[in-house]
Design a protein. Structure first.
Ligand code: FMN
Ligand code: FES
Lengths: 587, 150
């Protein structure tokens, strides 16, 4: 099994496969060993990745040049090759089996049940792992109302951000008697730092198609659409293949599995507008209009696409549907917390050791995610904050590491589940700059329809710019808080309603950093360049010369046994020297 | 763009309003941007008012009304790439190419743009050149990255 998710492909996994197949053929092993290309395995930090079954031996960071040796040792002599195995983070021992690696050990795979196990471009492999069994069961033995009841029992809540109960949404979609009705799958995934939906679509497109079709049956719709962002060409490619195969197998189209139920699915590529992830904006975009949200009600379940009843769900939500109907809502609800059932997929990125895609039960603590699965902070740095929920989310400090993550606990902490991006930040991150970064993003992506969002966010950004350049006043903090509250309460859509969260949460948890910027004109993390002096402290300087090497402008003079000096005239304030210095001697 | 090519693209999707975005994207894929005459032709062909075509063409980040260079570099400035130094990659590219983000080099070799996340966050910082993702970048890797493009 060679991983061919976007991450591993860009590290060269396709060349790896070619070489592997050629080598196996040369050695006469082509009949015994089958090379399968899978979707994202999740452990992207170690890509390109290969797993050899039946044992489940995990090889990492392979290159085509490694192949001959690997084939010789592993497949001919039957010895796992030590040097490509994973080394444990604490006890420095080789861990040959995938299931024993801590990154995988703590995960529970439901939405990602087939990851790394099937070839995403081959429907037979999906079917071999109970694929389309749920659809067949539903069409042959369940009434639409029973399907909806089962989803309600499961307690599944939408994975797109807001956590709306899926069963209830379907029930509403069924209730309105206006035809045609539509099902839409939201694969816009605009949150920066998130790639869950991308991986699901690339690794297991059929599970999403099956979920959409079941929804179609439940609400009496005959057409579905998948809206995928244009930045995800591989996902679109695999979806196209999957739809074609499903049609050939009679799993899409007219009279599915002889049940008399007709349903088809089309793909619609988005074009890079964050706000199009919002449900009403997405529907306008699908209609060929500008993707701008409208005021609800009416809800989309009453008047959605072309003003017809429409159920819109997220990719991961749909991927969760087939096992619910196959194994029952009770089974699904057996994991998770009181208000949030099942599991959640997170994209764990930023400055942790093990970046990648993970799936854990709802209610897992942040600590477990960051330290047990993520392997802790990389580069020997300290943990500072974890950003959850993308630009509508919040930065949570280390005091909240024991928070059990579910929809409600995050709400209480002033954060949001969002779509599942988790970005870990170490002590070299400035929280004011981070707040500015997200506000800048939201200003950019605001559709401009309503005033609080269009103008208010811009004002917030100006204030933040003032603070990061050392011109802020203490009143600015209050002003930010007031503005933030007003924008939240008076904006039209979810973008404005949540865009102040990064600012409000950083003020709430990292107020001291704002104060340092304002009162002391100092950026504690040395990020805001206007507040850095770019001066070498001769006391702290260990005269190693690393800063001189790092400087792209030759603005640093240094000779052996003398402290370095920065020539401020030449300096372009790029901070390369600060990052190079191991002794924090530059201030 | 020749009329026959546009006709072909329009025919493929049908002259429905809902197809406009897909049609413009296909045109852009071939032309690298949306020339004014082409938009006017599309407007007539599809019987959609020019203002509406413009409304779409100016709303989406992926669509451009300005000519672009032969190769397009998108530097990711999404959150994950930001915390791993995506802005420094952009700085370096701006310096090496002598242009600012959003601009095209004089010799039309490169257009430099920024994006918010391409979904390869675990490889951050990331840049996409002509659709290929290059991950785990550093300032030192930038010159090597550019040298193979004509
Ligand atoms: C500005 C904005 C952006 C959004 N982006 C996405 C997105 O990229 N993907 C997504 O599934 N939902 C997104 N949503 C949430 C959708 O509006 C909608 O609630 C969700 O897709 C419903 O599916 P679910 O019930 O399965 O979660 C966004 C909402 C807002 C306000
Ligand atoms: S943040 Fe850069 S690829 Fe996601």
């Amino acid at each position: 099994m060679v991983c061919a998710g976007t991450g591993c492909v860009s590290c060269g996994s396709l060349q790896l496969r070619e070489r592997l197949e050629a080598e196996l053929k040369d050695r006469g092993l082509a009949d015994e060993v089958k090379v399968v290309i899978t979707g994202c395995n999740g452990f992207c930090a170690e890509g390109p990745i290969m797993v050899v079954y039946p044992e489940g031996i995990f090889y990492k960071k392979l290159t085509p040049e490694d192949v001959p040796f690997l084939v010789e040792e592993h497949f001919l002599k039957g010895r796992p090759v030590q040097k490509f195995l994973y080394t444990g983070p604490i006890v420095k021992e080789k861990v040959p089996l995938l299931k024993d690696i801590p990154f995988f050990e703590h995960q529970v795979l439901r939405a990602l049940r087939n990851r790394g196990l099937i070839d995403a471009e081959n429907i037979d492999e999906y079917i071999a792992r109970d694929g389309y069994a749920a659809l067949s069961k539903v069409l042959s033995s369940m009434k639409p109302e029973e399907v909806i009841q089962e989803v309600k029992t499961s307690g599944l809540r939408g994975r797109g951000g807001a956590g709306f109960p899926t069963g209830q949404k379907w029930e509403e979609g069924r209730r309105y008697d206006s035809f045609p009705k539509f099902v839409i799958c939201n694969g816009d995934e605009g949150d920066p730092g998130a790639f869950m939906d991308r991986s699901v679509l690339e690794a297991d497109p059929h599970s999403v198609l099956e979920g959409i079709t079941i929804c179609g049956y439940a609400i009496d719709a005959h057409q579905g659409y998948v809206y995928v962002r244009a930045e995800y060409p591989l996902a679109i490619h695999r979806l196209n293949i999957a739809i074609e195969q499903a049609r050939n197998y009679g799993l899409l189209g007219k009279d599915i599995l002889g049940s008399g139920f007709d349903f088809d699915i089309g793909i619609y590529p988005g074009a890079g507008a964050f706000v199009c992830g919002e449900s009403t904006a997405l529907m306008y975009s699908l209609e060929g209009k500008r993707g701008m949200p409208r005021i609800k009600p009416p809800r989309s379940t009453e008047a959605g696409l072309w003003s017809q009843p429409t159920v819109l769900n997220n990719v991961e939500t749909f991927a969760n549907v087939p096992p619910i109907l196959l194994k029952g809502g009770q089974w699904f609800a057996s994991l998770g917390t009181e208000g949030s059932k099942g599991t959640k997929v997170f994209a764990l990125t930023g400055t942790v050791q093990n970046v990648g895609l993970i799936e854990v039960p709802m209610g897992t603590t942040l600590r477990k995610i960051v330290f047990d699965i993520g392997g802790g902070i990389s580069d020997k740095r300290e943990f500072k904050a974890i950003q959850i929920g993308g630009p509508s989310g919040a930065c949570l400090p280390s005091s909240l590491l024991d928070l059990e993550v579910d929809f409600d606990s995050l709400d209480d902490a002033g954060a949001m589940m969002g779509s599942g991006g988790l970005v870990a930040m170490n002590d070299s991150t400035c929280m004011v700059d981070t707040a500015r970064f997200f506000t800048d993003f939201s200003v950019d992506e605001s559709c401009g329809k309503c005033v609080p969002c269009r103008v208010g966010l811009k004002v917030m950004l100006n204030i933040l710019n003032r603070i990061t350049t050392g011109q802020g006043t203490m009143e600015d903090i209050d002003l930010l808080e007031q503005l933030g509250k007003h924008i939240k309460s008076s904006s039209h859509c979810g973008l404005g309603k949540s865009a102040p969260n990064p600012v409000l949460s950083t003020i709430r948890y990292f107020r001291n950093e704002y104060e340092a910027h304002i009162k002391e004109k100092r950026c504690p993390a040395l990020v805001c360049t206007s507040l850095i002096k770019f001066r070498v402290d001769p006391e702290k300087c260990k005269m190693c010369g690393l800063c001189k090497k790092a400087c792209p402008m030759e603005a640093i003079t240094w000779e052996k046994k003398t402290p370095a000096v920065i020539n401020v005239e030449k300096c372009i304030r790029c901070r390369s020297c600060i990052q190079a210095c191991k002794f924090t001697a530059i201030e | 763009m020749e009329a026959s090519k546009i006709d072909r693209i329009v025919r493929q999707y049908g002259a429905r309003e809902s197809a406009i975005l897909a049609i413009l994207q296909d045109i852009q894929a071939e032309e690298k941007y949306l020339p004014r005459e082409t938009l006017e032709y599309v407007s007539q062909k599809m019987r959609i008012p020019m203002v509406h075509v413009f409304r779409i063409a100016t709303f989406y980040n992926a669509l451009s009304l300005k000519p672009r260079g032969r190769h397009k570099i998108d530097v990711c400035l999404g959150t994950a790439c930001h915390v791993r130094g995506g802005d420094k990659i952009l700085d370096k590219l701006e310096r090496d190419l002598g242009i600012s983000v959003g601009e095209t080099t004089k010799d039309k070799r490169f257009t430099l743009e920024s994006v918010h996340c391409v979904g390869c966050c675990s490889l951050g910082p990331v840049a996409v050149i002509d659709g290929d993702v290059h991950g785990r970048l550093s300032q030192e890797k930038v010159p090597g990255l550019l040298k193979d493009f004509k």
